[in-house]
Design a binder for this molecule. Structure first.
Ligand code: GLV
Length: 355
């Protein structure tokens, strides 16, 4: 708890009592996060919540952070040096997401600001959605839905109506085998798939349990029927899937991306899809979000799209919100937040009980 500069004398019936004047830390919550986390934050802190569905504009963030001890942020808030410059009081940014490419962690660390995220809880939900996308594009589910609704289903059954590609027994290439990529690979085992993976770190457990084979990226792209991307957005992964790499893929292959949009060069992807270099793509993430409605990719039937909802199950989003609260409570109680992204920050500003 933050200590006030003065102690207060409070009169009760019998005597004067010395009360240590402590105020709750102020937390700016950048959206109505699920109740399970919000309730704790409201109970434990002096919380202000941005009430709108759309994210707070940067000016609002700049204004609010002047006077808060913490921000509970989402992916949509850019928390950069500009924000840190106007927030001398800010001690922690608690993000409700596993990814934190919207936060300049280096700048945060330099200024002694702790950064936390919500890993783990969303792994299975996000892996499930990668598979939803994969199955959806391979078996043309969204196209089939439109076909029926738009009155195009005029013949009861036809041997080649909306034929897709088999998933069972095919080859999947998992790009990035952190928690989510590994969970995607595990599911592939149930589909009797050959599993290739590309990662800077070898994963002997995947090799042993699933028979997964570590290959270089070019080999993975050449040999896979489904390429599923699960890398964080870093300088090194920006446009990792570019024109040259799309060109290596099989004409019958599909690209799945539910990591970060800028990992795939969308212009090159459009070319690949329209020139027949690959069979289709399924995307939950885009270079710009929300993606403009005139994004040319949205005109293609062999593209399945979703609005960045891979971790969006009621259960998981509630748990994520709770983790945000837990990270904040731990920090202000002087404990290491369970999901600290920048542990080196403790050298800059050691933990101390703040309430
Ligand atoms: C969602 O994209 C996340 O990083 O949690």
């Amino acid at each position: 708890m933050r200590k006030c500069n003065k102690l207060m004398l409070i009169k009760n019936s019998a005597s004067f009592q010395l009360v240590n004047c402590m105020s709750k830390p102020k937390v700016y919550v950048a959206r109505e996060i699920p109740e399970r986390g919000l309730k704790i934050i409201k109970e434990r802190f002096d919380a202000e919540v941005w009430p709108e569905y759309a994210p707070p504009p940067k000016e609002v963030i700049m204004e609010k952070v002047r006077d808060v001890d913490a921000i509970a942020s989402l992916l949509s808030e850019k928390i950069d040096a500009e924000v840190f410059d106007v927030s001398p009081r800010l001690r922690i940014v608690a993000q409700m997401a596993v990814g934190f490419d919207n936060i300049d962690v280096k700048e945060a660390t330099k200024r002694g600001v702790y950064v936390t995220n919500t890993p783990g809880v969303l792994t299975e939900t996000t892996a499930d959605f990668a598979w939803t996308l994969l199955m959806g594009v391979a078996r043309r589910v969204v196209e089939a839905d439109r076909y029926v609704r738009n009155g195009l289903w005029k013949v009861g059954w036809h041997p080649s109506m909306l034929s897709g590609r088999d998933v069972y027994g095919a080859t999947i290439g998992v790009v990035g085998t952190g928690r989510i990529g590994s969970a995607v690979a595990k599911r592939a085992k149930g589909f009797n798939m050959k599993i290739l993976y590309y990662d800077v770190i070898p994963r002997p457990e995947l090799e042993k349990k699933l028979g997964a084979k570590r290959v270089d990226l070019d080999t993975l792209l050449r040999e896979s029927d489904f390429v599923s991307v699960h890398v964080p957005l870093l300088k090194e992964t920006y446009h990792l899937i570019n024109k040259d790499r799309l060109n290596l893929m099989k004409k019958t292959a599909y690209l799945i991306n539910n990591s970060r949009g800028p990992v795939v060069d969308e212009k090159a992807l459009y070319e690949a899809l329209t020139e027949g270099w690959i069979a289709g793509a399924a995307l939950d993430v885009f270079e710009q979000e929300p993606t403009p409605v005139d994004n040319p990719l949205l005109t293609l039937d062999n593209v399945v799209v979703a609005p960045h909802i891979s971790s969006a199950s009621h259960e998981t989003r509630s748990k994520m919100a709770e983790m945000v609260a837990e990270n904040l409570v731990a920090f202000f109680e002087g404990r290491t937040p369970p999901n600290l992204v920048n542990p080196e920050v403790t050298q800059v500003r050691p933990l101390t009980r703040l309430f």
